[in-house]
Write a protein that binds this ligand. Sequence first.
Ligand code: NAP
Length: 377
Amino acid sequence: MPREESRLLPSAHGRDARGLSLLVSRHIPAAAMAAAAFLCARAAAPALLPPSRGLPRRLLLASRATAAALSSSSGEGGGGVEFQGKVGFLGLGIMGAPMASNLIKAGCDVTVWNRTKSKCDPLLSLGAKYEPSPAEVASSCDVTFAMLADPESAAEVACGANGAAEGLAPGKGYVDVSTVDGATSKLIGERITSTGASFLEAPVSGSKKPAEDGLLIFLTAGNESLYKRVAPLLDVMGKSRFYLGDVGNGAAMKLVVNMVMGSMMVSFSEGLLLSEKVGLDPNTLVEVISQGAISAPMFSLKGPSMVKAAYPTAFPLKHQQKDLRLALALAESVSQSIPTVAAANELYKAAKSLGLADHDFSAVIEALKAKAQSSQQ
Ligand code: NAP
């Protein structure tokens, strides 16, 4: 099915190597909300590309003439598409760095910026350019991606002093792939579009390894022309993409997914600890779960290290707690009760107070251990 006909369906891509060398076939608590609103209000004053299924390992930067030829000749299962222009990338943390790296490796002309400048160095050695502020990145690029920690930083980088909006203009695009709440995304979108530029929210499902492997899932919403324009870039960084309509829908989808994940991790942690307490081997529990109907890559991936009390960071616990906090606010906005999520959120908060904010979110099990210990005393 052509991608444009399936707004609510994923566009999954084959990962084969056909023609790879040739073509790219191919979401707020009141304080954060007020800060974002302030930043955005203070500052306020594309070409369509054809659908395709194939996924490139390498992006062909073609001329407009080539694009037109491809546009008319390619379709499902057919030729390919390309992206032309310069790509900016703001925020080079656990997720942003490998995403930008994949764009560079695919042949894109990438310009980077990060608050902590040293994190740009590995990207610069891969061939990226550097600009000293988000505004200068956005000004020098056709499309700018942002992968920031939370609503506050996403709003600051987009709308603050020397923020991206100051460098945007008609014809340019801004794609925020951070996980924020819908209200923040809308505020950012309004500031971006006030410059004449286009805005797309595109939070991702998938963690450090999928980011490294170019296997993320993009949950996009906003300007559909920009969505189509950046599709070849999303396809370099991800395995599938959803276009969900109005700004806020991508953010909401991401929060729902992550609230399920956060609760699952707490339930899994309780199971690991209980199995041990009743004399079972928790490693065997991991194995049993992996073979049954509740099997999930997350359990198989994290279980063995959780048994060893090791929590190498792929998804920082502080970000998981942020997502639960935002999901609770989302649920409250429609008067829905999510008691399991509320209980899980308390455990992540307890884990943060134990100094585990920067550990992987699987370290939430330590909050359960601490609770068990204190109830024994
Ligand atoms: P991370 O490693 O903590 O990186 C956060 C990035 O935001 C860094 O570049 C950091 O810059 C920047 N930042 C933080 N506060 C800032 C501020 N006030 N001004 C400017 N920049 C600021 O986080 P991550 O894991 O890459 O996650 C990034 C986003 O993706 C989050 O919204 C997260 O919820 C979401 N996400 C993460 C995963 C995952 O598995 N890790 C998966 C899906 C979605 P510095 O380097 O200077 O600190």
